[in-house]
Design a protein around this ligand. Structure first.
Ligand code: OAD
Length: 226
């Protein structure tokens, strides 16, 4: 079993999702806050916006769904989430398709990366290696995923007999394509989400409701699938 998660997994930890009616992209323009052009136009403003999200992530704790996934026999946890709540719950390995908000990297891609204190994040600053600006180490719209991370995710999915999909609108590609790939190679698809999504049609089992309520019950030791 492999898990594949999105922002809904962390919603009950108090971290905003993106596409719900009160989600991040309903309130903020992704072309400003999730694109290279947006960063280039207002780098200090964009970093301050990420710093607000960093403080929210730093204040959050794993919820019952993170803990249940971490304690399951999943061979890998593929996530679109940029928080580290699966790791905090003890999950291993966690494959972050969209990067980690707790890191900065060189905007000029000189290769420099640095972990930051998300509870007290620094303002915009320059790369100590090359003098260009540092930016949050998350994937923005129009940017490719890390090839190494993508290969790790594909390999995990192809080897899985079951993929548990939790809390994602499955609208962002190529990430959502991993669920299609899993289905195509014969894995069972179990979806836990508060609403139907594009992967509903390829799910073998779809459970509509909150991840923190449903997922722990899936792994109940008396009748669960752990
Ligand atoms: P979305 O906000 O698009 O989708 C979250 C899904 O979780 C929705 O279908 C919600 O209905 C559902 N949901 C909300 N609360 C839930 C709960 N408590 N339990 C279960 N499900 C719940 O978030 P993602 O699918 O993660 O990209 O979005 C994918 C990517 O789009 C993100 O990684 C981000 C964003 O732009 C980057 O940052 C690169």
């Amino acid at each position: 079993m492999v898990t594949f998660s999105g922002a809904g997994l962390s919603a009950e930890s108090g971290i905003a999702t993106f596409r719900d009616p009160d989600g991040i992209w309903a309130r903020f323009d992704p072309s400003v806050y999730a694109s290279q052009a947006g960063f280039n136009a207002q780098p200090a403003h964009v970093v301050e916006w990420y710093n607000g999200r960093r403080r929210a992530v730093a204040a959050a704790a794993p919820n019952a769904a993170h803990r249940a996934l971490a304690n399951s026999r999943a061979t890998a946890h593929i996530t679109q989430n940029i928080d580290s709540l699966l790791e905090s719950a003890g999950a291993d390995p966690v494959i972050h398709l969209h990067g980690l908000i707790g890191w900065d990297r060189c905007n000029a891609a000189c290769g420099y990366r640095e972990a930051i204190d998300s509870s007290d994040p620094p303002p915009l600053r320059t790369c100590p290696e090359c003098g260009e600006l540092l930016r949050p180490d998350v994937v923005w719209f129009g940017e490719p995923l890390s090839p190494q991370i993508w290969v790790a995710a594909e390999s995990a999915v192809v080897a899985a007999d079951l993929v548990l999909v939790a809390g994602t609108s499955a609208e962002v590609w190529p990430a959502a394509g991993l669920v299609e790939l899993a289905h195509d190679v014969g894995a069972a698809i179990v979806v836990v989400n508060t609403e139907a999504t594009p992967v509903s049609r390829i799910s073998d089992v779809e459970l509509l409701g909150k991840a923190g309520e449903i997922i722990p019950r899936l792994f109940d030791e008396d009748y669960g699938m752990s």
